[in-house]
Write a protein that binds this ligand. Sequence first.
Ligand code: AMP
Length: 175
Amino acid sequence: MSELESRLKSTIRDVPDFPKPGILFKDITPILADASLMEGVTERFASVWKGRSIDAIVGMESRGFLFGMPLAMRLGIPFVPARKPGKLPYHRVSESYALEYGNATLELHVDALAAGQRALVIDDLIATGGTALATARLVERLGATVAGFGFVIELGFLDGRRALSGYEIDAIVRY
Ligand code: AMP
């Protein structure tokens, strides 16, 4: 295990039964409190994707913003927020997807990406992959391409990689 992985594993806080019984929630707020660890995460993503042609970072509301924005600044490229419904003021595209209970929707501004651009999608965690797949669909509806996905945490037992088969995925720590 790399030093970054072991630092992340000792920093991420497990909260049982949040937000509902049976879910072991991976709390990333202690990572945000550690500036050098945030730098390590950003550098790791940057080194994996550096030299590849990436035109923008797309991050999902809200924890994808926290890791996506510093990476976009590090790479010197735009950051695009994928937001929950009712938040984006301009014309939008929407994708709804199934969660464990009920449905969720994410939206992008129609001019967030230009046709042919390549986007790297960043979130804190991949569980079933539903959120990430909906984000890929939004990117593709704008005529752009998903260059890949970057996650700080992968819950391997939920098999999100299968939902995203065909896409390149980088996850820093895996449970
Ligand atoms: P999924 O769409 O199933 O891949 O779920 C991913 C989204 O739900 C991410 O945005 C995560 O932040 C959040 N999430 C799902 N499961 C957990 C968990 N056990 N701990 C923390 N966040 C989670």
